[in-house]
Design a protein around this ligand. Structure first.
Ligand code: F6R
Length: 241
């Protein structure tokens, strides 16, 4: 595991974008695993800038997102589909037919998850998977558990995650209670993994996840077992290590 310490959030965002840009330059038809949440927003902004400057071409890139809320239609501005359009896809020349997220509108969760897992394996897996880190160590929506869930599955969100996400909704009641998420196995099959982390509020979980024991109680700790993980974290997030 490589840890890159950055001055602050902006510095983290530029460095993370540079790593993703390098992946696209090296392999123009790569499969990017993408994340939502607040942390990667600056990373996407920098990728859009690089595209606008003529330095990046997404025309052959394929993308698979980590997760999607169950039951939110694409046009809902809190769906992860909407987030990706808003922060990246509509600003670059990626082919919309090459961008994939779990289908949150499919009420048949077994079918939706099976189909999504098949899409990812059909593409040959992720060349680079971008991840944020939840305060409880979740990656994707893989919450602390007794076991590491392997493949794409439907999860009940924890009270803590609902609480953390309610800032985006009119009230906590409107936050969906379930989501479809890549499993830990789906994430771990990526050839490279890039984790972005920022802020003092993430310092304790950075310490637990990357310097503590590997346990499904801290799902991100499994990343210690992956052969090619880069964590780009700002000084605040690394303040306890
Ligand atoms: C996003 C995702 C989540 C977030 C995590 C951190 O697709 O799957 O695991 O990466 O909740 O969120 P932020 O960046 O908002 O702190």
């Amino acid at each position: 595991m490589r840890i890159i310490k950055t001055k602050d959030y902006d510095d983290m965002s530029r460095k993370a974008a540079a790593i993703i840009a390098a992946q696209v330059v090296f392999k123009p038809d790569c499969v990017l695993g993408l994340a939502t949440g607040s942390t990667p927003i600056g990373t996407y902004e920098n990728l859009v800038k690089a595209y606008q400057n003529g330095d990046l071409d997404f025309s052959r890139v394929k993308s698979v997102n980590l997760d999607e809320y169950r039951g939110l239609p694409k046009e809902n501005d809190q769906s992860y589909y909407y987030f990706m359009q808003d922060h990246l896809f509509r600003h670059v020349n990626i082919d919309p037919g090459n961008t994939y997220l779990p289908d949150g509108t499919d009420a048949d969760s077994d079918k939706a998850c099976r189909e999504y897992e098949a899409i990812i394996s059909g593409l040959g897996g992720q060349d680079l998977q971008l991840l944020g880190l939840g305060h409880n160590g979740h990656i994707g929506f893989n919450e602390p558990n007794d076991v590491f869930d392997k493949v794409t599955h439907c999860v009940d969100l924890t009270e803590r995650t609902i609480e953390a996400n309610k800032r985006f909704f009119a009230s906590a009641e409107e936050v969906p209670r379930q989501a479809y998420t890549m499993g830990i196995g789906t994430i771990m099959q990526a050839k490279k993994i890039l984790v972005v982390v920022s802020g003092k509020d993430k310092a304790q979980i950075v310490k637990d996840a990357f310097f503590g024991p590997v346990t499904p109680r801290v799902p991100a700790s499994i990343l210690q077992m992956h052969p090619d993980v880069t964590v780009v974290a700002d000084a605040d997030a690394l303040s306890l290590v």
